[in-house]
Ligand binder design. Sequence first.
Ligand code: HEM
Length: 525
Amino acid sequence: MEEAALVVKMLCSVLVVGVFCIFLHLYNLMWVRPERLRGKLRRQGIRGPPPSFIYGNVPEMQKIQLLMAMKPPNHAQIVAHDYTSTLFPYFEQWRKAYGPVYTYSTGNRQHLYVNHPEMVKEMNQSTSLELGKPSYVTKTLAPMLGNGILRSNGNTWAHQRRIVAPEFFMDKVKGMVGLMLESAQPLLTKWEDCIQAHGGVSADVMVNEDLRSASADVISRVCFGSSYGKGKQIFSKLRSLQQLITNQAFLFGVPSFRFLWANKQKELKNLEREVESLIWKAVKEREQECLETSTLSSDKDLMQLLLESAINDPNLGQASSKRFIVDNCKSIYFAGHESTAVAASWCLMLLALHPDWQARIRAEIAEVCGDNMPDADSITKMKWMTMVIQETLRLYPPAAFVSREALEEIQVGNFIVPKGVCIWTLIPTLHRDTDIWGPDANQFKPERFENGVSKACKFPQAYIPFGLGPRLCLGRNFAMVQLKIILSLIISKFTFTLSPTYRHFPVYRMIVEPGDGVHIRIRKI
Ligand code: HEM
């Protein structure tokens, strides 16, 4: 009897100690560790909103977001370019209160908001692999991107970058102009038919889907040797994945209660599996083609290079090879068409608002191309066009953030960023900082780029539509050439104004895009 009582006593003690240890562990995880990081930042003079226990600043973020949501939506046709305080209200509110560098917490994660041009410059110059992509963000994006180049870190990333980047060097991109011209044709024909169907004078078109199709077609052809028709299913499933995952809260660190959305998780898993098997099918077909035809190494597309690299890598087993190829295909599919199509939509919106710039570009196209189609040579001479695209990417950068995580403690500028802290740079805010761009920062003025980026503002390193440092967008040449091609084809065929149905409300869905699409009224020239 006494023995049994002793056993019960011991069990109770173990239980109490166990519960105490769990509590201690959680307390350490949720408070002590973040507080230690906050202390390190505070001692360097970095301030921020005071966090609450367990949730950090999440309740405040939710409150600010809710207050913003309660304001009547500005769906007016008047186009005000400053959307940062509507789309990212807590960041703006805290920036005003604590300056361009501050810290905030979400649960047990500590973040550093960095919008100081000098610090952005330092990040730009850092080549350290210890400044990587935040793992918690990329983990959530895994169904879309796998462990491909967009989300990997360290040596895995460096290896992928070495294989993928050369495919988008300028000399390669110039060779893709013909494909870009071909991919734009369906859009032009569709818009011409649309005018015809509406009496032959003018028609209202919603540009987004057509631009997305053109963009997806190009990336599919140049990288994977298949047409958009073949990759259509992959694109539409990737888009569904994007829509399911898109949730601003998780990106900025707000913990998600996954168990509450089990259905969503299941849908995500199914979509992920479907995308993978479609890509794998395309890879296998490509492998067969490679066996049947011998291709010159200079003519190889990205999929062939990925295949070769995976086969020749002694460290990759069969399963890892498959992952390597599928993940990078997914990443390029996503990175390669979405942002370019959205950038083109914003360009058309701004040109529709500014017929003077439309006319100027049209005259420039006529001057450099004559009666010919634009080509690799003529697009390099399109100066006004380049300025308009640069100004569009300043006001409406499709990627809203540059995000990094200090994978080890690292010095950035005058600050030591402790290991585990995530850094966020809000691109649209940096791009409309009046100290950097002058009092007209919120106006569309392509002429500011007349003498290049270095003369357009006080801190050229603060112009970062394609990100910064070693992780700078490797598709920027490709995107700029594609934008010039598609815009020159549209502008030389049509004049356009905003349609009365256009409502200006940019939204953030992993990229900043027109909430209700861009509707323009086109007329044939
Ligand atoms: C207007 C169009 C585009 C914009 C605004 C854009 C913007 C960006 C930004 C902001 C980043 C993150 C950079 C950083 O973290 O510092 C990025 C990364 C990347 N972009 Fe783009 N991008 C565009 C088009 C493209 C295209 C057409 C491709 C491929 C064909 C592409 C491929 C990539 C890849 C692979 C990365 C990851 C690079 C790495 O982490 O090493 N992008 N892009």
